[in-house]
Design a binder for this molecule. Structure first.
Ligand code: GLN
Length: 554
């Protein structure tokens, strides 16, 4: 019998529901249970793909090409599982499905309503994931804050699931902020009490309350939360600030949360095995070395826009016992003032992330040029890969004004262009080249040594590609394409063998990076930054035996 855990949030958004959901999953997984997680997003968009990362944060891409909410990234990283499109349910998808059924005549004669038709569709989608994933536990995180108009149908659906699945198979967890007043240092539980009341008004009595607080809540606050929340004190937990997000499941489990959840859901009580997780957390918390990396991007003002990239750099840092500090630099800074490029000198590595549209591209290329000329380790991802090709075409191959047709449709040298299959695409939603695709690595290249394999699968999200008409010119001038699609039509990885570390990929290695298994391309970059900083020669990344055996993928 599958067990359903529902996570709701109160008071305000960004209280860390995604991390809490992942942490509960981890506590159960370390006890030998199989878990999956769903994110419910009450917005009307069909998926996150059309949303601006600067407002909403990064779009997370799943193996099957789903463009999903970034919380799925946290589930995948914490639980080391691959999720699917269906693990992200939005209002848009639910209404689209119900309206198509109505148009088909499935409800003939009946009035189609939020209850039961919309709520039935929501429950059907949650159960579909449960059946397909064959897990013991399905965690469902409800996006937004209790009380939002958009969230009501979802809360109604999960309320009904208690009736249908039974008490022992459903669990409601509510997390809310407990602010501390600056002046008196007092912990204020009133906003949390109100959000619990709001939840009860809808018909949901939480079984567990998690107080999100700067520090561990005191016994007075705990007593009040239990009393006004109508739950025993042992069902109140506190998620306080820790130096690493990856420590959250540990601090909650220390408070007895894992055991409590198992008892309440009548799951077998097993001792959790935290060995691997603790090893990783300890290497994050006790670094021996430091690195400073410049991320030159266009969404630099919002850290969430690059969350998977940050984490992939951190995972790689942990594997080298290194704390990676990332400075976010607006690419346009360099366009406005060339002199500013000098600040890049003080960085151990230069990283160019994904991106869309013309803004900031010249600035990013100036940074790539700087990295190449000064031989500072460089990693480019997706747009970073395309811009590295353009920079090389302009400054090494002498193709003046070379560009991508995304940036300048009239460029004389379109070294980055749309492939024929993208030319007639009209709809914006879900039409990019998406998800995991096979890549063949060229023997005896840096990429081949890093991955330790000849065939890899990595995730994509792009429309433009290296233009086949320019391959030969680029290669003749020393650019090595070390990864290609199996049909040879697409260039996937580039490298410059005469540089300390200069690598870029059309795909996004960060989406598959896991705490104890960092993405090989990110790992290579971080390792190279460290070696150069410590005055060693360029790392060789020997194929066998591997430097960090646990990094190798199946
Ligand atoms: N804008 C580029 C494209 O669509 C790169 C996309 C990206 O960086 N994810 O091809």
């Amino acid at each position: 019998m599958v067990k359903f855990i529902f996570i709701t949030g109160g008071v305000l958004s960004s209280v860390g529901k995604g991390i809490l959901t992942s942490s509960i999953g981890k506590m159960l997984q370390t006890r030998g249970l199989k878990v999956t997680a769903i994110k419910v997003d009450p917005y009307v968009n069909a998926d996150a793909g059309t949303m601006n990362p600067y407002i909403h944060g990064e779009v997370y891409v799943t193996e099957d090409g789903g463009e999903t909410d970034l919380d799925l990234g946290w589930y995948e990283r914490f639980l080391d599982i691959n999720l699917e499109k269906e693990n992200n349910i939005t209002t848009g998808q639910v209404f689209q499905a119900v309206i198509s059924k109505e148009r088909r005549g499935d409800f003939l004669g009946r009035c189609v309503q939020i209850v039961p038709h919309i709520t039935d569709e929501i429950k059907h989608r949650i159960r579909f994931v449960a059946e397909k994933s064959r897990t013991d536990i399905v965690l469902t995180e409800c996006g937004g804050t209790v009380g939002d108009i958009e969230g009501l149908p979802f809360l109604e659906a999960i309320r009904q699931m208690r009736l249908e699945e039974g008490f022992a198979n459903t669990l409601y967890v509510h997390v809310a902020l407990v602010p501390i007043l600056d002046v008196t240092g007092e912990m204020k539980t009133k906003p949390l009490q109100h959000s619990v009341n709001e939840l009860r008004r809808i018909g949901i009595q939480p079984d567990i309350i998690v107080a999100r607080c700067r520090q561990m809540i005191d016994s007075e606050a705990l007593r009040k939360i239990a009393l006004f929340g109508t739950i025993p004190e042992k069902a109140v937990f506190c998620s306080y600030n820790v130096e690493s997000i990856y420590r959250v499941p540990l601090i909650l489990d220390e408070q007895g949360m894992g055991e409590h959840v198992c008892k309440r859901l009548k799951l077998p009580q097993q001792k959790p095995d935290w060995t691997e997780w603790k090893q990783f957390v300890n290497s994050v918390s006790n670094p021996r070395f430091d690195l400073k990396i410049a991320l030159v991007g266009k969404y630099a003002g919002l850290v969430d826009s690059y969350v998977s990239m940050n984490e992939a750099l951190r995972h790689s840092g942990a594997a080298c016992q290194t704390r990676v500090q990332i400075d976010y630099i607006e690419a346009e800074t360099f366009e406005q003032n060339q002199d500013k490029l000098k600040i890049l000198q003080k960085y151990d590595g230069i990283f160019i992330p994904y991106g869309f549209g013309p803004r900031g591209t010249e600035g990013k290329m100036m940074a790539i040029h700087f990295a190449r000329e000064k031989d500072i380790p460089f990693l480019g991802i997706c747009y970073g890969f395309q811009l590295a090709v353009i920079e090389f075409a302009r400054n090494v191959c002498g193709l003046e004004n070379a560009n991508s047709t995304e940036i300048n449709p009239d460029t004389p040298h379109p070294v980055i262009d749309l492939m024929p299959e993208q030319r007639d695409v009209e709809n914006k939603g879900a039409t990019m080249r998406l998800g995991a695709h096979k890549i063949i690595l060229k023997r005896d290249t840096l990429a081949h040594r890093l991955y330790g394999a000849e065939e890899i699968y990595e995730r994509h999200r792009h429309r433009w590609e290296v233009n086949p008409q320019h391959w030969d010119t680029l290669k003749k001038h020393g650019l090595v394409f070390s990864g290609k699609s199996p049909d040879g039509r697409r260039m996937e990885i580039l490298e410059l063998p005469d540089r300390f570390f200069f690598l870029a990929s059309q795909f996004h290695g960060e989406f598959k990076s896991r705490p104890s298994k960092p993405s090989p391309e990110y790992y290579g970059f971080v390792r190279a930054c460290l070696d150069r900083k410590q005055g060693r020669s360029a790392p060789e990344f020997k194929l066998e035996p591997t430097e960090v055996p646990s990094l190798r993928r199946k």
